[in-house]
Design a protein around this ligand. Structure first.
Ligand code: HAM
Length: 444
């Protein structure tokens, strides 16, 4: 059967319309090799720290059943209403590209019966996240997050642990000029009464509210506190504070979090307007923000407790807490501080050859060097020796190996030290041992 969907036809026609200059989609970026050092540094730091804190890596699919996110992030949130990449797959099922990492991990926790493991289950992830936002510096339509989730314990010491992990990570990658903002937004017991108070306060000022806040007042009153419009600032500042309307359970929990943070020596600022953009939070919420730009949607990371989420997804009542940090924002920050990317992982060897026999030997020797853990780049084509050495220089090679057909017959190769320009003739069977990296992990 031949099947061509109208979708395929439309794009086949578009593609056939001659030369078109393709660009990365708006709000996305290519991470070119020169940038990779920053990203590898950030990711390696995350993995190393998580190991120390007992968090194990989890990877979930890039797309999920669309209902998962509507259910968990919340119908009235910007993410679900305006920012998801949702599409019908070829069987007509609505799928959404992951707009955050917590809901998929809770789905995996329930699906794989992780409540049978010792609790809490500590997990971390490095994942691509997709949100159809208005792109600007530090805000993209595809970004990467480092996140951690501790699922299965309601102890406030666990909130302090994840905040500590997020904070130490920022310190370990070298990010400075940041501060922790902390708040508690209560639970389903105390929040309804607080929201009623909030609505009462805002209703008295409805005539000066921005149009968005008038909608929030009805649909999602907690988000009123988050408004950045100047006209709404005074009303938000004088609004009732959630931390002053907590039930005894939430109040005690918040005291516990603050106490454990003090024990850990972690400074924080209480911010009664911090509410977060996802609906699943209960009790603790926090963000790590650049100093002086608090509330400017420039958070490096954020998170909090979400004690009802696992149950919402069909699991047993299971308290949990976690955070996510935007990797691009961390990289932007460390770059602004003038940090250099990680150096290349080792010295390169360029393998030059003149003549057909020598070229075959160069191909063989390059493979042998690579198996021994040496970064080896062979010359291609039939260029002059001068051109080949120019390429070795351009690649930053520390050494070049040069062979002509005569060398091959004699079982020798010329080893050139690129920095000094000196060279020596060495037996070919010795050269791998001479250049072998002391740190060979994938030896065959
Ligand atoms: P979030 O605050 O929506 O939280 O995202 C976490 C971090 O991802 C932000 O602080 C920011 O650094 C980065 N980020 C968010 N959107 C963008 C964007 N469009 N471009 C670049 N970076 C961005 C969450 O996603 C929750 N799942 C965190 C969490 C984990 N809560 C509990 N566990």
């Amino acid at each position: 059967m031949t099947f061509t969907s109208s979708f395929a036809l439309r794009y086949a026609r578009l593609a056939g319309r001659g030369a078109y200059v393709y660009k990365a989609p708006r709000g996305t970026t290519d991470i070119l090799p020169a940038e990779q050092g920053y990203y590898r540094h950030v990711e390696a730091t995350a993995a190393r720290l998580c190991q120390r804190y007992g968090y194990e890596r989890i990877d979930t699919p890039v797309f999920e059943d669309a209902r998962l996110f509507v259910r968990t992030i919340g119908e009235g949130t910007d993410i679900v209403e305006k920012e998801t990449y949702t599409f019908d797959d070829r069987s007509g099922q609505a799928m959404t590209l992951r707009p955050e990492g917590t809901a998929p991990i809770c789905r995996a926790y329930v699906e794989h019966g992780m409540h049978n493991l010792p609790q809490p289950v500590r997990l971390f992830y490095l994942a691509s996240i997709f949100r159809y936002e208005r792109p600007q510096k530090g805000r993209y339509r595809q970004h990467q997050q480092f996140g951690a989730e501790a699922i299965g314990d309601g102890d406030p010491a666990l909130d302090a642990e994840v905040i500590d992990l997020a904070w130490r990570f920022c310190a370990a990658v070298g990010l400075t000029g940041i501060a922790i903002q902390l708040n508690s937004i209560g639970c389903k017991v105390c929040r309804p009464a607080y929201l009623a108070e909030l609505q009462k306060h805002y209703s008295a000022h409805v005539d000066v509210l921005c149009p968005d806040c008038r909608v929030r007042l009805q649909k999602n009153p907690l988000r009123l506190l988050d408004c950045k419009k100047p006209s709404c600032q005074d009303i938000a500042e004088s609004a009732p504070r959630s931390s002053e309307h907590l039930c005894p359970e939430c109040g005690g929990h918040f005291d516990g979090v603050r106490e454990y943070l003090r024990v850990l020596g972690i400074a924080f600022e209480e911010n009664h307007r911090l509410v977060r953009g996802l609906d699943y939070y209960t009790k603790t919420v926090f963000e790590i923000q650049p100093r002086g730009r608090e509330g400017a949607q420039s958070a490096v990371g954020g998170g909090g407790r979400y004690d009802d989420l696992i149950q919402e997804l069909g699991g047993k009542p299971t308290p949990a807490v976690g955070f996510a940090i935007g990797i691009e924002r961390v990289v932007l920050g460390v770059k602004q501080q003038g940090m250099a990317p990680l150096a290349s992982p080792g010295e390169k060897v360029f393998v030059a050859s003149l003549g057909d026999e020598a070229k075959a030997e160069a191909v063989r020797l390059t493979a042998e060097l690579r198996r021994a853990g040496v970064i080896a780049i062979p010359s291609l084509g039939n260029r002059s020796l001068k051109a080949q050495l120019r390429q070795a220089n351009a690649l930053g090679a520390a050494h070049a190996l040069i062979m002509g057909d005569d060398e091959v017959r004699a079982g020798r190769v010329v080893l050139r030290h690129m920095d000094r320009g000196e060279q020596e003739s060495v037996p070919v069977q010795d050269v791998v041992g001479m250049l072998r990296s002391p740190d060979v992990r994938f030896e065959q």
